[in-house]
Design a protein around this ligand. Sequence first.
Ligand code: AHR
Length: 515
Amino acid sequence: MKYAITCLLAAGLLAPAQTPQARIKIDTDRTIGQVHPHVFGNFAEHLGRCIYGGLYEPGSPLADERGYRKDVMKAMQDMRVTLLRWPGGNFVSGYNWKDGIGPRGRRPVRPEGAWGSLEPNTFGTDEFLDYCERAKVEPYICINAGLGTVEDARQWVEYTNEARDTEWARQRRLNGRDKPYSVKIWGLGNEIDGPWQLGHKNAEDYTKFALEAAKAMRRVDPSIKLIASGSSNFGRGADWIAWNRAVLDKLRDEIDYISLHTYIGNRENNFENFLAASADIDERIEIVEGQIAAARSGRPNARPIYIAYDEWNVWYRAHGNTEHEIGATRLEEIYNYEDALAMGMFFNSFIRHADSVKMANLAQIVNVIAPIFTNKEGLFLQPIYFPIAEYAKQRDLMALDLFVQSPSYTPAGKRELPYLDTSATYDAKTKTVYLNVLNRSEKLDITARIESAEGMPAASADVWEMNHADLKATHTFGGDTKVRPVTRTVTLKSEGGHPVYTFPRHSLTILRLKL
Ligand code: AHR
């Protein structure tokens, strides 16, 4: 067990307000792993208004000379995004990257097969990689393992990474870029296990394709890191575990990561059940960790393989529509306060598994199921923006294995869960612990005694808190200050030689404690 959680009986909740009902024990020797910066990655797909009208809007007074929306880039940087996955998503399984290079006036406009829009191809490989350089984020390109070919994938790496005078490197130079882009992270397809995917394959066909693609791509650049298309299809009748087993079994000598995708939603309008999704996220990670261990067992020089949670978010309200124009609206979720709390739940799970989850990409960056929402005049920040930006301050820190006792509940169809969903990181340089606590009880404030193996933490702590009386509160243009975090410094009360802190009902708190 990586971290221990013992659930107190619900009867314990009847204790007087200041009596600690929960215990959180911190021990900085009990480390899990470094929180990799790529856990704060993001995703930009050619879908709806994510690229066209989101990242890229040539001619807009808000765009720079290359057509990149400056306000969007700034909001992305302020959210501390480290990495950007592109060009899809489902889109990539019908995408020909060669349509998106060269003089823009000669690039073809094509009907797009995944979402039913028109793709103008005015934003392509050079624009994406240039954008990443300007925004100072690591690029991650996902190849077309649906309708595409091994040779397309190989040539794509040649176009971006080849330094010598080869056909595709020359093409890149003709298009204005001499120096190779040296793209390090490549995905071997998107959601190939899903019947909705163009070029969907069974595990045998996928692994044959991916193995050959990996070989060919590495012959061009042996330094690239590869992500296998792991499970995304958790629907009834789909054997997601068998898919991963086959992928790991066949690709274990070639891949550096296996992907997982998860979207959640509060379809039954039940707050506590909605925030019980951590049980599924933890379970999926832990099953894949076991599968990775099995694939590597008995092989002393086995390649390390990590988990790339390369699509995750809340998504259940907004879907496609029947418009077929460039930049038609699609998947434009308007997020509310309870969705913001779900961000903390996802990050807590990633941090609790910091030794295996080395990448996580929120889907997506702007307009399409996104924290940033634009129109022609500007943008607003959705409530989910703020926890993402705050957790990202914990990049590179050491995740700690907490011991937690908390009042509990049993959500429908799930095992008993603690109301306090937690994670922690440690900054050894400043001797600071970041304690991340989601109180997912709708009704109960929970007081916790904070114990530390290093002795009493400093009496004062910095608090970052998101809380709102209306779980459904949303933002809009000109009105995005309603659901915002507050920060304060508090003097912690002490009880029996330990500080105590009360985590308000339905809130997300990050406590910064000095040891
Ligand atoms: O992010 C939206 C879509 O969700 C992506 O295109 C696909 O990979 C997933 O099903």
